[in-house]
Design a protein around this ligand. Structure first.
Ligand SMILES: C[S@@+](CC[C@H](N)C(=O)[O-])C[C@H]1O[C@@H](n2cnc3c(N)ncnc32)[C@H](O)[C@@H]1O
Ligand code: SF4
Length: 392
């Protein structure tokens, strides 16, 4: 039965004028239902690329510049963006959150105070000088639990950079989304499943699913999707993979929302929670199926060794970005732990121009969180981090 025929859902009908075509009532509450709505676009169209964040042809030239710079043949590196992590808490406790918010067991570099205005200015000045267009909030927790969040975003915007914001969306009002749109921000709204009860249980927040959907609806009302500034991110597990490909992907594609459908990261998860994750053979099957679904929609995309996200190549973020944590450590990636230095002891310029940073670029092979998809068993990397050995 359609959600809209259900009396209880009259208020929800008012809320979801755009999303309503994809919503159904199921035994798990409201569910995203996209399997009958696959619209084939013209053949060979490219996957939609999220503004500022996704790797594209420009990223390749940034990487090439940085390799040449690390070899001493160019004067400056270039960055597509930098991540900033903040010490804010979270209003959810998503199972297996790689920032440890579900277990209150945080990575050590999340420990530290908020950045002072002059520290923020140092980071922004450095980014502007090195060609970046955006600053990405990747966590700690949920940005909008912090009372200073909108002022912070406004400050970044005033300096000419755009914010890319990972958010669970639950705390966003229509007015906030409208202001974020005016700041040119990009929203990456996180979900854990396509059905209300399943999602709410995994994120530990009753009502979370509906609140998250509302933020997506507001962003659609603002038209952020037509400017490649709206994404939905979902870590794929053995539990949700069918719904993700059959229902979520076609619905997002139809709505022109960028799908960030990615492998579940195993950092900060318990031994038991690792079982939610694909092993190598399941990952291969998943990406083959993802390809098939995309091809049905006319989208041209093939995974490559190391792919962990549909519509994107293997992750090489440490070659075109860096991450600053509340401890003031400057790391290669939010889900890694190679620190190149600390802003309490050195300037950002000194840290990035260091030999350690250059060597990391020259020695880069494949990030530990990106080893999953391999076309065959014998392409599984020989040296895996311990936590992945069992999944060969
Ligand atoms: C750590 S959260 C922080 C921002 C915000 N609270 C949110 O949920 O979007 C950043 C992103 O990491 C994703 N994430 C969290 N744990 C993950 C895991 N184990 N594997 C893959 N992605 C994960 C979330 O879904 C979200 O898109
Ligand atoms: S909402 Fe984001 S930070 Fe909070 S627990 Fe979920 S994934 Fe982690």
């Amino acid at each position: 039965m359609s959600l809209l025929q259900n009396n209880k859902s009259i208020d929800k009908k008012k809320t979801f004028l755009i999303l309503k075509q994809f919503l159904r009532e199921s035994s798990f509450g409201i569910s995203i239902y996209g399997r009958e709505l696959i619209v084939k676009e013209k053949d060979n169209c490219q996957p939609q690329l999220l503004k500022y964040y996704f790797a594209d042809a420009t990223t390749e030239s940034v990487i090439e510049n940085n390799i040449q710079w690390a070899l001493g043949r160019r004067d400056h590196p270039i960055f597509q963006f930098a991540y900033i992590m903040l010490p804010n808490g979270c209003n959810q406790a998503c199972r297996g959150c790689f920032m440890g918010q579900d277990k209150q067991k945080f990575p050590p570099h999340l420990n530290g105070p908020y950045f002072l205005d002059q520290e923020i200015d140092e980071i922004l000045n450095f980014l502007i000088k090195h060609g970046a267009k955006a600053l990405v909030y990747g966590g700690g927790g949920e940005l909008f639990t912090w009372a200073g969040a909108m002022d912070f975003i406004s400050r970044v915007f005033d300096r000419g950079l755009k914010m890319v914001i990972f958010t669970n969306g639950t705390l966003l009002t229509r007015e906030m989304v409208s202001a974020l749109n005016n700041f040119g921000a990009v929203l990456i709204v996180s979900m854990r499943d396509t059905a209300e009860k399943l999602h709410d249980e995994i994120v530990g927040n009753k009502g979370g699913f509906v609140s998250t959907l509302k933020s997506i609806e507001y962003a659609l009302e603002e038209g952020m999707n037509y400017d490649n500034r709206l994404a939905v991110e979902i870590p794929v597990t053995v539990l949700n993979e069918k719904r993700v490909l059959n229902d979520l992907l076609p619905a997002l594609r139809d709505l022109k929302i960028v799908p960030i459908i990615e492998e579940y990261i195993q950092i900060s998860v318990s031994e038991y929670e690792k079982m939610d994750s694909h092993n190598f053979s399941q990952s291969r099957a998943f990406f083959n199926e993802a390809c098939r679904c995309y091809h049905k929609m006319g989208v041209k995309w093939e995974p490559e060794s190391g792919s962990r996200m549909i519509g994107q190549p293997q992750c090489r973020r440490p070659l075109y970005s860096f991450s600053v944590f509340p401890s003031r450590d400057v790391l290669d990636c939010p889900s890694h732990c190679i620190s190149f230095g600390n802003l309490k002891r050195n300037s950002l310029e000194e840290i990035i121009y260091s030999d350690a940073f250059k060597q990391n670029i020259l020695n880069f092979k494949l990030c530990a969180c990106s080893v999953f998809y391999t076309p065959t068993d014998d392409q599984i990397p020989k040296n895996l981090p311990d936590y992945l050995e069992t999944f060969k």
